[in-house]
Write a protein that binds this ligand. Structure first.
Ligand code: ADP
Ligand code: MG
Length: 244
């Protein structure tokens, strides 16, 4: 499988190092930047990013990426960044960037006063599109499994998701997408174009491969993944490790 090759040749050592470092520090949830590096090692696309520890470094990162950008808090104590006031999207200028940097710091200090702050993640902003969620988990009974759902209210309100035990075959992944009612919009809807369902299928297979090959990972949550007419990109990634 071509994505396995990519993992073995490029990503393998990087993935192991990231996980060992986190375990050594007794951190059982990876930072978003680490989680993105792990999923990239399995061939999943993510926006470019850099961690800034000062407004000056944030401006430097912005210079190399260009605008628009997204800013996110980097803290080992904050898992749900939006809830902490730790995400700002649609940053279009240096002025926006400096204001957003300060606002995130203020929000987090107010809402999570005891959280350690390691910096701010400066990230390329992906064009908005239909959102899907792909997850990986370890079921106590069935072992590694994958999950698929549509983003936003579909998952939260309607619990419109499907599961399969890993490792998954491609035909099973098409089935699991077919079981999700909201996934119909990926085929195109009114004036919206058909989206790249094969790219979503690949992402689910890549998460399945990751769950099978990295036993330290307990849970993966790619929420959301933006799906385009060509390609898909994970704009957020959360990885939880098994506790010893
Ligand atoms: P959290 O889930 O921890 O609150 P996310 O990283 O998912 O934080 O960011 C919140 C929302 O911001 C996402 O659901 C997505 O809509 C948007 N977003 C995050 N990162 C990007 C990005 N790089 N490009 C475009 N939109 C983004
Ligand atoms: Mg998210």
């Amino acid at each position: 499988m071509k994505h396995m090759n990519k993992f073995i040749t490029n990503g393998s050592q990087g993935v192991k190092d990231i996980i060992q470092k986190a375990l050594h520090q007794k951190r059982y949830e990876l930072f978003e930047a680490e989680a993105k590096q792990v999923i990239q090692g399995f061939g999943i696309a993510t926006p470019r990013h850099a961690i800034a520890t000062s407004p000056g470094e944030a401006l430097q990162a912005a210079d190399s990426f260009g605008y628009p950008l997204v800013l996110k808090i980097v803290s080992p104590d904050i898992s749900h960044k939006t809830e902490a006031g730790g995400v700002k999207v649609g940053i279009k200028s240096e002025k926006d960037l400096l204001a957003a940097y300060e606002e995130i710091m203020d929000n987090v200090k107010k809402r999570c006063p005891s959280a350690a702050i390691h910096g701010i993640l400066i990230q390329e902003m992906a064009a908005s599109s239909a959102e899907v969620i792909v997850g990986g988990l370890r079921d106590p009974q069935f072992g590694p499994a994958v999950m698929f759902g549509m983003g936003g209210v579909f998952v939260e309100v309607y619990k419109d998701v499907s599961f399969r035990i890993a490792p998954v075959e491609e035909y099973e992944v098409w089935e699991m997408i077919g079981e999700v009612k909201g996934a119909g919009i990926l085929k195109g809807f009114r004036n919206m174009p058909a989206l790249d369902i094969p790219a979503v299928v690949q992402t689910i297979i890549q998460v399945s491969t990751m769950m099978m090959s990295v036993e330290e990972i307990n849970e993966v949550d790619l929420n959301p993944i933006f799906v385009y007419p060509k390609g898909a990109i994970a704009v957020d990634a959360r990885i939880i490790l098994n506790r010893p």
